[in-house]
Write a protein that binds this ligand. Sequence first.
Ligand SMILES: [Zn+2]
Ligand SMILES: [Zn+2]
Ligand SMILES: [Zn+2]
Length: 138
Amino acid sequence: MESYLQILKNNRLKITPRRKAVIDVFMNSGSHMGPYDVYGKLKKNLPTIGLPTVYRILAEFKDTGILVQSLSENRQLRYALCTLPNEHHHHFTCRKCRKVEEVEFCNFKGVSRFVEKNLNARVEAHQLQIEGLCSRCK
Ligand SMILES: [Zn+2]
Ligand SMILES: [Zn+2]
Ligand SMILES: [Zn+2]
């Protein structure tokens, strides 16, 4: 929990009971969830929370790297907790069960050099989306 709260601080997001509760929901579920699932679980302890607030917090957490966002087969948003939020790494999402796994490997340097050389640009960030079938689904 501490490392997630530190990320909130680093991103100038106040540690509110609602934001904490969202992190809790994901830590306790250990699985990926859609906004309605999260909303349903939050409602038990925070009966006044609204769905738009849940959407907003999920978007903030996605932007700060706390959550990993993906789309389900019927184009619904899914979120999973990133367990390595402080390290540069990537994610593998299973297309079938939507499980998100940490990929502690980055081989982007060659691409960066290529872009900087050929576009005469400076690369500052990159995102890599890795999808396929997990060990159980393949
Ligand atoms: Zn991660
Ligand atoms: Zn799978
Ligand atoms: Zn990378």
